[in-house]
Structures are given as structure tokens and as C-alpha cells.
Design a binder for this molecule. Structure first.
Ligand SMILES: Nc1ncnc2c1ncn2[C@@H]1O[C@H](COP(=O)(O)OP(=O)(O)OP(=O)(O)O)[C@@H](O)[C@H]1O
Ligand SMILES: [Mg+2]
Length: 581
């Protein structure tokens, strides 16, 4: 807890001048409050008891002046803390987002979007609340407590000590409260993240929910999680409501104690009436901080819990980082070498001892059953995951030694599931190179045979596609994604099942156009259709994570193995269709 609290406080560092200024104002504010009861005591003693009415005007003006100073100070202090806390929230949000951009694929395999979102919103707000209100409250209440204690001691040390009998009891209750409430807050925040994730996933997958008419099921799952959150929130409120009145009672008991003690002291002649009135003026300042202990613990515990969650992300260093002395090939030509590559996702082995070479300009086709590791093999090229054994070289340099940005910018990667941003088609196509002019956007779209449907779209290239490209058909999305990769004019083009939703004729045309535009570039094609891979310079067949066969179409046919079997199966189903017709 202390470590995290220290880290939260360090966030003030860039704003320390304004924070110190606000705290100085707060000190002035408290001093004016501390002087108040002293002036009241003077009014009672000198003006009322001793009849020095000529002092009354001056004293009233002094009390009014103190009130005005206090209000102005309060205003500036509140504004300053609000501004600083908003600035810090902005800093954390930016820092966290930048950090999230640096995280590797593995992080996004393991962490769900809803949870990340809840840390960026709810948790962040808890920390901001601490910086805006709680920290200042700790400062003010401590100062008030000590200040009123000292002023009261001057008036009557006996009464002050009587009041302070309550302090250890309140401290004990506060400590117990803190111990009880912290784990509950953690549960509340975690449940909040669960609910966020559920909502986010349901909304993204609403088409599936509706297609399977599973609205009731989703509602009941949501209801379950929502109720869980309600129960946890209620539990926190329950603990809170149990302790708060108790704390209130303890601190309010201080008033009768003061009055009782004060009356006795006045009666015994150790104190005058003015001092008794003054002392009662300090009771609130002395006891309110004790009351606030619960509030402060509550808000601090929430802030610490939330900060721990945020720091959990930021402390997770990106596991894939380029070394300090990272280099890039002088020229990206697209020469790819896999040298005895072995890879596992965690402890799940996927690729075994892969050796493969693709010379610049070659087309390598990767085939194999679903789940055999085709997509995985290809993701290793841009170093989205690190391999456990062997090495992968692009243009002679191990990808682990390369600068990541240029490496990835030279790979045009059309992923198996094309994701489009809620943006115009043109901006989606030039995503990799936002400065590209419309001519290049059009040319890339033509290569991907996307131009026809884009021209027919309501606003052509300026048509905004819905979230996840909802307004487009599967094949249209795939072709837009191909155009996006082509625009980069990459040295290595990867097509991971990228034409699966496109008819064979269009696919053939796209391939022909790609060949012309991306002459001398290395292409990796993952496909299931024989027609898509037949002309490749090298066909690789993966089986259980290892290369089972490799060669050209004709060689593999002659081999009569897995590939030849696939060709036979596809031919015979084609024949069967023809016979049926
Ligand atoms: N991010 C991941 N984390 C853990 N395991 C994964 C991950 N991605 C894929 N796998 C597993 O690795 C294996 C290979 O997956 P991969 O996606 O490479 O197969 P594929 O050959 O591309 O299949 P498909 O033809 O269906 O696209 C599968 O068993 C899959 O479950
Ligand atoms: Mg795949």
C-alpha cells in the first residue's frame, strides 16, 4: 500500500509549484479558522464581560476579513487541485495508452478489452479523485487537528486532553475499517472489469447473439454479473454504513466531554467564560479530522486499489523490444530465412524445427490443415511473437536484432480476419501511410479489385465503413485489406487466407495484378484452394507444426503425398458438383 501511495503522490511532481502554492493557501485558510475562536473569546471576555464596546467594531471587521480571505483561498485552492488532478489524469491516460501501444500481441491475447477499458476509466477516476480531494483533505485535516490542538492547549490543556481520550479509540476503529474495506473495494473493481468486459463482448458480438436468438441467455449472464457487482457494492456500503455512524458518534462525544470538562474548569476558576466559548469553537476543528479518517481511508483505499491495477499494466514491460543497437538492412529486398525455428504459445508447442528460405521475388505458399500453424509461422516474420529456438532472418539480419518499425513497415500483412477502422475507405486503405495521395489509394484499390465496389459506394472513397467494417461484405472487407497492404508497396507481402471470401475469378485477377505491381517482392500466400497456390515457386505443407512436404506443384503431385491428396479431394468434389449438375 505504501509503495503505491508513494507512486501516486509522485504524480504531483511536474505540478509541484502549483500544488505547493495551493497548500500554502490552505495553510493561510486554516490559520484564519484557528484565529476565529480566539477572536470570539476576546469578544466574550473583553467586550461582553469587561464592557470594552469600543473594540467590537474592529473585532467584527477582523472576523469578516478572515472570512473573505478564507473564501478566496478556498476558491483558488479548489481550482488549483481540480486543474492539477485533471492534468495528471490526462498524463496517466496518455501514458497508459502509449504503453498499451507498445504491448505485444501476447498481451492482447491474454487481456480483455473491457478490462483494459475499465482501468482507463473507472480506476483512473479513483486515482484522480484521490489527487483532487483526498490528498488535500489529508493535509487540511492533519493541519487542522494539530493547529486546533495547539490553540486549545493554550486555552485549557486539561479540557484538550480530556477530548483527546477519544483519539486512540477512533484510530483503532479506523484501522479496523481500513482492513475490512480494502479487499471489498478490490472485489468491486474486479467485478466492474468483468461486467465491462461482458458488456463490451456482447455488444461487439451482437450479430452472433441475434443470429442464434440468444438474447435471453446473454441477459441472464449479464444479470448474473450485474447482481454480483450490486452485491459487492452493497457489501462495501454495508461496511461503510456500519462504521461511519460509529465514527461520527465517537467524534461527536467530544462536544459533551468538552462542555462538561469546560464547565468544571470554569467552576474551579481555571478557565474563564471566553476561553470556554473559544474552546467549543475548536471542537469541530479537532473532531472533524477524526470523523474524516473513515472518508480518507475509504478514498485512499479505492485509489490504491485502482492504482495497483493501472500500475499492473504499466509495470508489465513490453516483452518484445528491439535491442539498443538495433539495425535495419541497408535495403529491404524481401529475403526471408527460417533457420530451425521452434515456437510455442506459452507451453503449447506449435511449430517445430522449421527451415525455409524465400528469395526476393519468390512466392511461397503455405498449406496445411486448420490449426497446423500456418498463421503462426507468418506472424513470426514481423516478430509479433518471439521464437524459442532457431532464428528468423530478413535480408540477412535476425529479426531480433532489427528495428521493429522499419521491419514491420516493409511487410504488407493482410491478416486472416481483416479489421477495418470506423473511418472512410480511403483512410483505411492509406492506414499504413496516411500521407499517400488519392492516386495511390486508387491504384492500390484497383490492384485489389476493390475499386468497383468503392465506386458504387454512396460516397465513393469517402464512404465511412461501420465499426469492424460492418457495412461491407466479407469479400469487400478482404479486398480493402489487401489494398491497404499493397499501398505500402512492401518488400514482403503476406496474404493469410485473404481471398477466401473472394470468387476464384476475382482472386486470379488480383493475383495477376499483384504480380505486376509487386514484381521482385516476396509473397507468402496461405490458402486452402489449390488454384490459389498452384503457381507458387515453393509450396510448403505444414503438418502438426512441422514441414511435411515442400516443392513446386508438379513435384508435390509426383510425390503423391498430402498435397497430391488435397488436389485429388478438391478435384473430385469439383467433378461431383459437375456430375450433379
Ligand atoms: N494467440 C494464441 N495463443 C495460443 N495459442 C494459439 C494462438 N493462436 C493460435 N494458437 C494455436 O496455435 C495453433 C496454430 O494456430 P494457427 O492460427 O497458426 O493455425 P492455422 O494453420 O493458421 O489455422 P487456420 O487454417 O484455421 O487459420 C492452433 O492450435 C491454435 O489453437
Ligand atoms: Mg490461420
Amino acid at each position: 500500500m505504501h509503495g503505491t501511495l508513494g507512486r501516486i503522490l509522485k504524480l504531483y511532481k511536474p505540478y509541484k509549484r502549483i500544488v505547493i502554492f495551493a497548500l500554502i493557501l490552505e495553510v493561510i485558510n486554516i490559520v484564519t479558522r484557528l484565529i476565529g475562536p480566539r477572536l470570539t473569546a476576546t469578544v466574550v471576555n473583553d467586550v461582553i464581560t469587561d464592557g470594552k464596546y469600543e473594540m467590537l467594531g474592529g473585532l467584527c471587521i477582523a472576523i469578516m476579513a478572515l472570512t473573505v480571505i478564507r473564501s478566496a483561498g478556498n476558491y483558488i485552492r479548489a481550482m488549483s487541485f481540480h486543474k492539477v488532478s485533471q492534468d495528471i489524469a490526462y498524463d496517466i491516460r496518455t501514458g497508459l495508452y502509449d504503453h498499451l501501444q507498445k504491448m505485444q500481441w501476447e498481451f492482447y491475447d491474454k487481456n480483455r478489452v473491457g478490462e483494459i477499458m475499465s482501468r482507463m476509466t473507472g480506476d483512473l477516476n479513483n486515482v484522480r479523485n484521490f489527487l483532487c480531494n483526498t490528498f488535500y483533505s489529508i493535509f487540511t485535516n492533519s493541519f487542522c487537528f494539530v493547529g486546533s490542538f495547539v490553540f486549545m492547549m493554550f486555552m485549557s490543556w486539561q479540557v484538550t486532553l480530556m477530548v483527546l481520550i477519544m483519539a486512540p479509540v477512533i484510530a483503532l476503529v479506523a484501522w479496523k475499517f481500513n482492513k475490512k474495506i480494502r479487499p471489498v473495494f478490490r472485489e468491486v473493481r474486479e467485478q466492474n472489469a468483468v461486467l465491462n468486459t461482458r458488456t463490451q463482448e456482447d455488444l461487439s458480438g451482437m450479430h452472433v447473439v441475434k443470429a442464434y436468438a440468444r438474447e435471453d441467455y446473454e441477459e441472464s449472464r449479464f444479470e448474473h454479473d450485474n447482481r454480483n457487482l450490486l452485491n459487492k457494492n452493497l457489501r462495501a456500503s454495508y461496511i461503510w454504513s456500519n462504521y461511519m455512524p460509529f465514527m461520527d458518534m465517537l467524534s461527536q462525544l467530544c462536544t459533551p466531554i468538552t462542555l462538561l470538562g469546560g464547565a468544571i474548569m470554569v467552576h474551579l476558576g481555571h478557565m474563564n467564560i471566553g476561553e470556554l466559548v473559544g474552546v467549543t469553537g475548536y471542537i469541530w476543528m479537532l473532531t472533524n479530522p477524526m470523523r474524516q479518517v473513515a472518508n480518507i481511508i475509504n478514498a485512499s483505499a479505492q485509489a490504491v486499489t485502482s492504482a495497483e491495477k493501472i500500475y499492473y499494466y504499466t509495470d508489465l514491460g513490453a516483452s518484445i523490444k528491439e535491442p539498443e543497437d538495433a539495425v535495419s538492412p541497408e535495403e529491404f529486398k524481401g529475403h526471408v530465412e527460417f533457420d530451425h525455428v521452434t515456437f510455442a504459445y506459452g507451453d503449447k508447442p506449435v511449430l517445430r524445427d522449421i527451415c525455409l528460405e524465400a528469395k526476393p521475388g519468390e512466392t511461397v505458399a503455405v498449406m496445411g490443415a486448420t490449426g497446423s500453424g500456418k498463421s503462426t509461422l507468418i506472424t513470426l516474420l514481423g516478430r509479433f511473437y518471439d521464437i524459442q529456438q532457431g532464428s528468423i532472418r530478413v535480408d540477412g539480419i535476425d529479426v531480433k536484432k532489427q528495428k521493429l518499425k522499419p521491419l514491420r513497415q516493409h511487410i504488407g500483412y493482410v491478416q486472416q480476419e481483416s479489421f477495418l477502422f470506423s473511418d472512410t475507405i480511403a483512410d483505411n486503405i492509406r492506414y499504413g501511410e496516411p500521407d499517400a495521395d488519392m492516386d495511390r489509394v486508387r491504384q492500390s484499390a484497383e490492384v485489389a479489385r476493390a475499386d468497383e465496389f468503392i465506386d458504387e459506394a454512396p460516397h465513393g472513397y469517402d464512404t465511412v465503413v461501420g465499426e469492424r467494417g460492418m457495412g461491407l461484405s466479407g469479400g469487400q472487407k478482404q479486398r480493402t485489406a489487401i489494398a491497404r497492404a499493397v499501398l505500402l508497396s512492401p518488400s514482403i507481402l503476406i496474404l493469410d487466407d485473404s481471398t477466401s471470401a473472394v470468387d476464384m475469378e476475382t482472386e486470379y485477377e488480383i493475383q495477376q495484378r499483384l504480380k505486376t505491381v509487386l514484381k521482385n517482392r516476396t509473397t507468402f500466400i496461405i490458402a486452402h484452394r489449390i488454384s490459389s497456390v498452384k503457381n507458387a515457386d515453393q509450396i510448403i505443407v505444414l503438418k502438426d507444426g512441422a514441414i511435411a512436404e515442400r516443392g513446386r506443384h508438379r513435384e508435390l503431385m509426383a510425390l503423391g503425398g498430402i498435397y497430391a491428396g488435397m488436389v485429388r479431394d478438391q478435384m473430385s468434389s469439383a467433378v461431383k458438383v459437375e456430375e450433379a449438375v
